[in-house]
Write a protein that binds this ligand. Structure first.
Ligand SMILES: Cc1cc2nc3c(=O)[nH]c(=O)nc-3n(C[C@H](O)[C@H](O)[C@H](O)COP(=O)(O)OP(=O)(O)OC[C@H]3O[C@@H](n4cnc5c(N)ncnc54)[C@H](O)[C@@H]3O)c2cc1C
Length: 533
């Protein structure tokens, strides 16, 4: 059993922001950050386009960014949350710059602000097409400069510890659930350790690995959301899954799919059929720069109608030197596959990219479970509503990281460890000897979600998905109860929970809104969140 004042599960933009902002103010508390693989293996590291913040006050203002976010969110954003994230955002980005983050500049020294779909002004700060890597590098270096932040790699959080582990029967109606830390699988020793914390912050990122095509790295298995669901915490809006319209199409089933950033369309890239015809005029007057959900549905429809395996992004008319300066990484990736963006159109398909729903938190990241906070992609803060505006998620991680630090530090002196927590009970379990079953179930799960709960949904498809998910759930629970657990088994189990939550949320929402589009309920009716019990 070990003890830490603050346990942060996740080392991406959200987790490291919380840690740094706490350590800045208190060097006398110990802060433990967990990564289930390497510290830098995060969705954050993969972000390409950039971070949205109002910067050029001659042309832009907070109100415009707020309006763009609300429009994208399609009636489901929390206006107060949107307001403060956008107003506080530039200050958080300035801090990031002070800590050493580089963003591209124009010749006159001003930031080169990019444009992305759904934004009414150029306001995306970026570093070439590897902004996320730059942010991860900056935050990791800053975190290292504090002696009281310990980043531990290869530690896999399995479950949150609550009164359930003291023998109490908790339900989703219990309003006094408390979190005492987490059970954590040490991947080196294969033992489950008890990690007690006075306050725990969930920053486990996204869930993209629940679909066949995804831009999310392998770590994005929805662990934090599933852990909070098992601990009977409140979640919301899980049906709103953002599919990025332009992942690079390959014939080799790469996982993850490589992203062709929206910034390429902002830069002038045009969507066309493989035959070279433009098609976006049929769907939206903003053409290739329409919001992601519209573009993803348009591409999906064009592929279904024509039977083509992909659509294309035409960059052949763009200035080659500028393209190379802005998108060196994208250019290299295309070239490595024999595609020359100046000669060939880039083949693209939609891929699961971001989940807007998750752990429901308040304006200071407090979840429905006491002493449990959450930030980043695993949360539902109210910023994104039914659809996330491009480049708003890194911003959300920074702003909520700061707010959680403020809030936790106010109460930390009054918090104690719960010393009665029992060790993990592995009695009656044996070494798993059927790993092939996990592999098969994982493939089945991804297929169910991609074919039945994808970009365009229907009542019958959702029902069929739930039937199949139920079978998978029973099989995997049996494995879980009888085997010594492994990260692979836990991730599969968590992804089945995520799949269930997305599908149930989609079934409950009898309307089409934002990222949730169903042919059986094409109109909009209510403005409520879906809360899953
Ligand atoms: C290809 C791509 C491009 C993107 N581009 C942009 C962009 O341009 N702008 C933008 O704003 N957003 C972008 N996004 C989205 C954005 O990157 C993410 O939403 C954001 O980085 C999430 O940050 P996070 O801190 O919540 O999670 P992550 O950065 O994903 O970090 C998750 C952390 O949790 C840890 N973890 C997970 N489960 C466990 C467990 N069980 N035990 C221990 N540790 C665990 C992981 O090891 C990791 O350290 C992009 C995403 C992708 C995939």
């Amino acid at each position: 059993m070990s003890r830490t004042d603050i346990l942060i599960i996740g080392s991406g933009v959200a987790g490291l922001s919380v840690a740094i902002k706490m350590a800045e103010q208190r060097q006398d508390i110990n802060i433990t950050v967990l990564s289930k693989t390497l510290e830098s293996e995060t969705n954050t590291s993969w972000a390409q386009g950039g971070i949205a913040a109002v910067w050029n006050l001659e042309k832009d203002d907070h109100q415009k960014h707020i309006e763009d976010t609300l429009v994208a969110g399609d009636g489901l954003c929390d206006p107060e949350i949107v307001r403060f994230v956008i107003e506080e955002g530039p200050t958080r980005v300035k801090e990031l710059i002070e800590w050493g983050a580089r963003f591209d500049k124009e010749d006159d020294g001003r930031f080169d602000l990019g444009m992305e779909g759904g934004h009414s002004e150029n306001r995306i700060l970026h570093y070439k097409d590897i902004t996320g890597k730059e942010i991860q590098r900056t935050l990791s270096a800053k975190a290292k400069s504090y002696n009281n932040i310990k980043v531990l790699e290869h530690l896999y959080a399995v479950n949150l510890i609550t009164q359930h582990h003291l023998g109490r029967n908790l339900t989703r109606l219990s309003n006094d659930i408390e979190c005492y830390g987490a059970y954590v699988l040490n991947k080196e020793t294969n033992e489950i350790e008890t990690l007690l914390a006075k306050a725990t912050v969930m920053c486990t990122g996204g869930s993209g690995q629940v679909y066949l095509n995804t831009t999310n790295p392998l770590i994005a298995t929805g662990d934090g959301i599933a852990m909070v669901y098992r601990a009977k915490g409140r979640l919301a809006n899980m049906e709103f899954v953002q599919f990025h319209p332009t992942a690079l199409f390959t014939t080799t089933n790469e996982n993850p799919d490589f992203l062709i950033s929206e910034a390429v369309r902002g830069f002038g890239g045009i969507l066309k059929t493989p035959g070279g015809e433009e098609f976006m005029q049929k769907y939206d007057e903003r053409l290739s720069l329409a919001p992601r959900d519209i573009v993803a549905r348009a591409i999906d429809n064009e592929m279904k109608v024509s039977g083509e395996e992909h659509m294309c992004l035409d960059c052949r008319h763009l200035d080659q030197q500028e393209f190379l300066e802005h998108f060196p990484n994208i250019y290299e990736k295309c070239k490595s596959l024999g595609i020359d963006p100046f000669v060939d159109m880039i083949p693209v398909v939609p891929a699961c990219h971001y989940i807007c729903g998750g752990i429901k938190v308040d304006a200071y990241g407090q979840s429905s479970i006491k002493h449990l906070y959450a930030a980043g992609e695993c949360t539902c803060t109210g910023l994104h509503g039914a659809n996330r505006l491009a480049s708003n998620s890194l911003l959300e991680g920074l702003v909520f990281g700061d707010r959680i630090a403020q809030s936790v530090l106010k109460e930390i002196n009054h918090l104690k460890w719960n010393e009665d927590i029992p060790d993990w009970d592995a009695e009656g379990t044996s070494e798993p000897n059927e790993l092939v079953l996990l592999h098969q179930s994982w493939k089945e799960l991804k297929s169910i979600m991609s074919y039945y709960v994808g970009i365009v949904r229907s009542d019958i498809r959702l029902k069929m998905a739930l039937n199949r998910l139920h079978l998978l759930f029973l099989e995997v629970e049996e494995l879980y109860n009888n085997s010594k657990i492994s990260p692979q088994l836990c991730e599969l189990r968590n992804l089945i929970t995520i799949a269930y939550l997305i599908t149930r949320g989609a079934q409950m929402r009898k309307e089409s809104r934002g990222l949730h589009f169903t042919i059986d309920h094409p109109n909009q009716f209510d403005y409520l969140e879906t809360t899953l019990m």
